[in-house]
Design a protein around this ligand. Structure first.
Ligand SMILES: [Zn+2]
Length: 173
């Protein structure tokens, strides 16, 4: 008896390589499909949009971290308090629609909800808001599960926002 009726060769054909848009033309064609929505699923189109929004968000984030006076101010003071915030701890990500940003105390990280910002100013105020929470967490060891602590931090953030917008508008009276 022999194995001849089994497969004559033990070698498997190589697995088909997934269709990668390799050439510039293929990439362009793919992009055109995503933009027009022709030939791609709604999910693929949304995924492309999310990636685009996240790239835009990252760009604006980098700009703000270097050139926005209130953001630079907060980052400097966090560093002076021993809680330096590296750029990778401020991240752009898709979120649900209920919020524009968030702060995670452990590890100290800020999430900016990509696609939720209607202007650079909006992202700036959101980032400053979350950095104030981070500062409170660093400086005063806020217990975020304690509602009174959390509320206290929110009140501080709001007061700072009101006073800084009052300065900016410089009343005529
Ligand atoms: Zn808050």
């Amino acid at each position: 008896m022999d194995d001849s009726e089994k497969s004559s060769s033990s070698r498997q054909p190589p697995p088909p390589t997934p269709a990668q848009p390799t050439s510039a033309f293929e990439r362009w064609r793919r992009k055109a499909m995503l933009v027009t929505g022709l030939g791609v699923t709604e999910e693929e189109r949304l995924e492309d949009l999310r990636m685009h929004q996240t790239r835009q968000c990252e760009k604006t984030k980098t700009y703000l971290m270097n050139y926005s006076p209130p953001v630079v101010f907060m980052l400097q003071h966090l560093k002076l308090s021993g809680c330096e915030v590296p750029p990778q701890n401020i991240l752009c990500a898709p979120c649900d629609w209920s919020r524009a940003g968030g702060f995670s105390p452990d590890p100290g990280a800020v999430v900016l909800c990509s696609g939720h910002f209607f202007s650079q100013k909006h992202m700036e105020s959101t980032l400053v808001h979350e950095l104030v929470h981070m500062y409170d967490h660093c400086k005063f060891k806020v217990d975020w599960s304690n509602l009174r602590h959390h509320a206290c931090s929110e009140v501080r953030v709001q007061r700072l926002e009101i006073s800084s917008s009052a300065e900016a508008s410089s009343p005529a009276s």
